[in-house]
Design a protein around this ligand. Sequence first.
Ligand SMILES: O=C1OCCC/C1=C\Nc1ccccc1
Length: 460
Amino acid sequence: MWRSTSKISHHLQYPDGITHVYSYFESRGGKFPQTLFFGLQYILKRWLCGQVVTKEKIAEAKEICQLHFGQDIFNEEGWNYILEKHNGYLPIQVKAVPEGTVVPVKNVLFTVENTDPKCYWLTNYLETLFVQCWYPMTVSTGSYFQKILLAEYLESTADDFSSLPFMLHDFGFRGASCVEGAGIGDAAHLVNFKGTDTLAGLMFARKYYGCKMAGFSIPATEHSTITTWGKDGEVNGFRNMLEKFPNGIVACVSDSYDIWNACENLWGEELRDLVIERGKRNGKLVIRPDSGDPVAVVLKVLNILGSKFGTVTNKKGFKELPPYLRIIQGDGICYEMLDKILGAMKQEGWSANNLAFGSGGALLQKLDRDTQKCAFKCSSMTNENGLFNVFKDPITDPGKKSKKGHLTLERQGDGFLTVEEGKGDPAKDLLDVVYENGKLLKYYTFDDVRKQAEIEKLQT
Ligand SMILES: O=C1OCCC/C1=C\Nc1ccccc1
């Protein structure tokens, strides 16, 4: 029965006389050693700006709580105070590291404190919303480390990084939990890349980060548009793509029946001249296998296409298909699989710039709050006797030990340092006041975020 957020009872649980509760958000560790901070601005704009408390909302909340708890624990006085004293604007201050900053784990990423002493209970009431930034942060972090991996393979097997921005395409819309989640996750991916099929992310980036067009895609077949031509008509479905889109890039999924036959005889013989002709008009064909063992299939497709269309050797000594011909592998892709495929390709002398990848479930869905161990903890409280450190330090998990006192995030060499117990230098604090009393005080555009997050290799 007690499945609800018990936070509604918390205003009754603090010691008397408290005037301020100060809490912070961090990634305690997990899959990756750093986290790319992204998505707080969305949470602030979507839920916490302007008059968010009204008479009607208070009445409804009161009714819901009475029904739900079967007793009167709703903080009606507290919410009425916010409505009357602050006109429904939340008396809260949020300080955060700039969006797009890549910070080693176990550092403070943002802090929250009430600005009105009577609203000490509000800081941690908002935890539920604030901690939901685990999702955009974790998607953006996974995408960021895939970008580093792809850049490393391009550095060792290709002449430049020009193919990097479109090398990992978001295929994850259909596998996301909901449209809103797909939008948040896709935007988080687009901090690092420019290829996506998840339209929701484009709308998200427009609405919350002022970006007119955050990602791009191309005409691509799916199995239905090919198999409706019948098995014997597969080649006609392929030819139709090349004719309906006489130039530019098109992608054709080619494993409906027999990927080997499709590469060898359909693309490699029957349509070969059309593919080459199209190439002369800056057309590009992207062949998409979509089944089988990704490593074996990619290598076999490369070898068949290489024998049919020829290859050139680039300055790093690795083979490249003609510029009008590429592959996209969108099945079974995750961080670990990228390394397996590109490692095998490098072993066989193939440049990484022969292919792009599509990722769906692994990119947007195969993660949770524990992937980067995101947590929100109270580290300081104030009462009439002054300011006190607050912390937890479970003997059953030292990894859950929390920080103490007021925190600053400072540069240390080419890294970061979280200074605790109010011992930091405010002049060196990287945490900016991004929100105060219902107003967003700092606004990061998507371009700002992309620049902040750019990987070393690509930093100009
Ligand atoms: O397979 C897919 O499943 C999920 C939706 C996207 C998708 C394919 N799209 C695509 C885009 C650009 C080049 C090639 C394919």
